[in-house]
Design a protein around this ligand. Sequence first.
Ligand code: NAD
Ligand code: TDX
Length: 331
Amino acid sequence: MRLLVTGGAGFIGSNFVHQTVRERPDVQIIVLDALTYAGSEASLAPVHDAVDFRKGDITDVDLVDELVAQVDVVVHFAAESHNDNSLRDPWPFVQSNIIGTYTLLEAVRRHGTRFHHISTDEVYGDLELDDPAKFTPDTRYNPSSPYSSTKASSDLLVRAWTRSFGIHATISNCSNNYGPYQHVEKFIPRQITNLIDGVRPKLYGSGQNVRDWIHVEDHNSAVWAVIDRGRAGETYLIGADGEHTNKEVVEAILELSGHARDDYDLVSDRPGHDLRYAIDASKLRTELGWEPRYGSFRDGLAATVGWYRDNEAWWRPQKDETEARYEGLGR
Ligand code: NAD
Ligand code: TDX
């Protein structure tokens, strides 16, 4: 199988490439990545010789056409991915997430190429903290932020191209990922690296917001289940029953880092901050027979804390600029 992985130098995409090289030596991989502030070739260093890396933008019609023509399957991870950035400047989100996805869809339409679109549970908006409900593939789209609205737009483009043009596409909407190679702007790596730098973790608002955590390796094994066995035109929700309040996550990171559990600061809240996400992944489990490999969030978190301690050379170049951005936001 020949695979085009967009966004393969980012967090989830690079982990997907590592996992694929390790577990599927028969797959040939081209990575297309623009190396924005969020992408790093260093994330692909361990698999450098096994991958054809192409620096370029998914909005570049000619380049996208040339690469799509060479593969059997496109797995589309590339996106602007951080909510806080989308509140400061939504334009790159419109460009990469909407126009970029459109550009890829037109290329797969021309070449008859199988397309898997990576999306987020945030397209469904949020749930009340005390609501027992979870998101299902039938939940109404109701995105809150510029980021999630551009991801929702891209999902709708994929659905329309499937119905109107008959492209062979699938979509997966996943909950919050954690693990190695995640940019230090995101919640978990920000707090781990703050503690390494002697800075107290920062919780937005009351810290009561809930996220449904899944290890990045589990997300990617589910993506492979969809590529292998997913039905064309279907949407699969990916999650591993990992609901925790942000306060619980910070307390666990503090403990794993040898600090008192209350050694954190509450800072100003994110505007429009979604309260709670929760995924019902029963379609993925029953129809595709997928199961997560990481049983315990606590063990996965401990491994992630260890990874950031051992890989300071990877994250250090991002840290000052990221914290300067947060300082501008007062968070
Ligand atoms: P990331 O920000 O770490 O990586 C994104 C990658 O895409 C970077 O390497 C960047 O250089 C590249 N990119 C951005 N714009 C591009 C463009 N115009 N052309 C080419 N490359 C471009 O993001 P991530 O956390 O790895 O997320 C990957 C995908 O998974 C996104 O589509 C995101 O919406 C989705 N997702 C993320 C999570 C999560 O918890 N991080 C959860 C569910 C879904
Ligand atoms: O310093 C912080 N303190 C804090 O309390 C940061 C950076 C975040 N938070 C809170 C905000 C959220 O409730 O932690 C939670 C997680 O924040 P993020 O890591 O920014 O993730 P989130 O906004 O939930 O979105 C993530 O999951 C869905 C990814 O960034 C998206 O790409 C994905 O689609």
